[in-house]
Design a protein around this ligand. Structure first.
Ligand code: SF4
Ligand code: SF4
Length: 169
């Protein structure tokens, strides 16, 4: 699982950088931030995301009951965020995107991280497994295959959105 954790973190950083390039200006200025402590808390309840948090040196004591992982400069988690953090785009953000192709592509990008962990243990998503011992039953080989697919798709998305994202790849 350790090698997968490393590779997943690398992918999430790549995805996050693209999201920041597209949404960073608007989200950075937003006064109605959609981050919520109960969403942040999902990272604390997840056995898998806990491993990613530990890798960054976070412990349960770093979690703020009121603000979760959010601070004035944005989310403190470089990786290990709940998948929903990449899936949600508010109406203002959607409207600010240049065209429908761009919107559809960004929506697809937002689902990539969710795809990796889908049905990891029966119908349970990888990030929804709470018991660390249950993680041992997950097929790491299948996770790697999904991760590879997501990496390929993210590269295609970078290429498809090339205009406006130059310099990231
Ligand atoms: S997605 Fe919308 S509501 Fe959420 S931080 Fe960005 S601009 Fe604000
Ligand atoms: S992006 Fe970070 S601060 Fe915002 S909801 Fe997700 S984990 Fe919390």
């Amino acid at each position: 699982m350790n090698d997968f954790i490393k590779a997943y973190a690398k992918f999430e950083i790549r995805l996050r950088e693209m999201m920041v390039a597209v949404c960073g200006n608007m989200c950075g200025m937003c006064t109605a931030c959609c981050c919520r402590a109960d969403i942040c808390e999902e990272a604390c309840d997840s056995a898998f995301l806990q491993l990613l948090l530990k890798r960054q040196g976070f412990t349960e004591f770093d979690f703020d009951d009121h603000y979760g992982w959010l601070e004035t400069a944005g989310c403190r988690l470089e990786y290990g965020r709940p998948p929903v953090c990449y899936e949600y785009f508010c109406d203002e953000l959607i409207e600010a995107m240049p065209d429908d192709h761009f919107r559809e592509t960004m929506r697809r990008a937002g689902l990539l991280i969710d795809d990796i962990g889908r049905n990891a243990l029966g119908d349970i998503h990888l990030t929804e497994i709470r018991n660390p011992t249950d993680l041992e039953q997950v097929s790491v080989e299948r996770l790697f295959q999904r991760l590879e697919k997501a990496n390929v798709e993210l590269t295609e998305i970078f290429q498809s959105l090339e205009k406006g994202l130059q310099g990231l790849e």
